[in-house]
Design a binder for this molecule. Structure first.
Ligand SMILES: [Zn+2]
Length: 305
């Protein structure tokens, strides 16, 4: 973060004490969650007791996201800030550290057992942050968030507990359906090929091999070697379809599909999958459950022979 941005952040944090204008006009506490995926999860838990706002609009890539001046204003106005952690919001780490000095924050990744995390190296930022693609891990993250919310607003405890139990049941039902459908794909020797490495938890939880063009983050551009490797995978497994992602340009995967076609393996570029963001509000994939189901249905229908 540049010195200018740091100064701006300090300026907005200093405004923390003078935020009564917006506070007095609001009837409910304001919870700001970083992504649309997380905002939906927190909304399911708190129901109508709080106003839950997503900092990043749908379709935005959280790996690359930098907070704007307006965002800093919103964050400092929030009564509670909830974020994914595990460096998903890689460019906002310093902001969370500063916010933690003056207001309550929940890092939902704290609810996930360390041994369940997928790592590509020993460094802290080499942990795969895409835990929401293993429904049981996302359930653990939200159960932890629920505990933290109960500690923050003790009077909400009964409704939080009930909402959490209801939502976790819905998640468990989707987990079962995912298990059944992916098992069918695996029996048919299918593999999942995507743009960036968002599906490692999905692959591990549901038992399907996953290959992708980019690494855990979208920060680095894929190189020629990545393209060649992926084309080999497509040939080896006679892959029928590869999947674009909503927050990433499909150009590199189009090049992969062309490369595979030149080697006589025609592959369809399907999608997009919703990976790091929900679709717009009030659309079928505008909730976590809807987004997950949309992805599952697309993968299942495109890959089943
Ligand atoms: Zn991602």
């Amino acid at each position: 973060m540049s010195a200018f941005r740091s100064l701006l952040l300090l300026f907005f944090l200093a405004l923390w004490g003078c935020r009564s204008n917006t506070e007095t006009t609001r009837s409910k506490p304001l919870i700001v969650a970083t992504t649309s995926i997380l905002a939906d999860g927190i909304q399911q838990l708190v129901g109508d007791q709080a106003e839950v706002v997503s900092l990043m609009p749908p379709g935005v890539d959280p790996h690359l996201y930098k907070a704007s001046v307006r965002d800093l204003d919103l964050l400092t106005q929030a009564d509670l800030v909830v974020y994914h952690g595990l460096y998903l919001e890689g460019k906002m780490t310093e902001i969370f550290e500063k916010l933690a000095l003056s207001q309550p924050l929940i890092d939902v990744s704290q609810g996930i057992p360390q041994q369940k995390l997928i790592r590509s190296g020993p460094e802290a930022h080499s942990v795969d942050p895409h835990v929401w693609f293993d429904i049981s891990l996302w359930s653990a993250a939200l159960a932890y968030a629920s505990e933290e919310l109960q500690a923050w607003q003790p009077t909400w405890k009964p409704s939080l507990q009930q909402n959490t139990a209801t939502y976790l049941q819905q998640l468990a039902a989707l987990d079962q359906r995912t298990r059944r459908q992916v098992a069918e794909l695996v029996r048919n020797k299918q593999v999942l090929v995507t743009a960036h490495d968002a599906f490692a938890y999905f692959g591990k939880a549901y038992g399907i091999p996953v290959y992708s063009l980019q690494g855990l983050s979208t920060l680095s551009e894929p190189g020629l070697r990545d393209l060649t490797t992926l084309i080999q995978v497509i040939q080896t497994y006679r892959v029928k379809a590869i999947f674009a992602e909503q927050t990433i340009s499909p150009k590199a995967l189009q090049a992969v599909a062309r490369g595979a076609a030149e080697k006589n393996q025609v592959v369809k570029l399907a999608g997009p999958l919703y990976t790091d963001s929900l679709d717009a509000a009030n659309t079928p994939a505008g909730t976590y459950l809807g987004m997950f189901e949309a992805n599952l249905t697309l993968i299942y229908t495109q890959l089943l022979p």
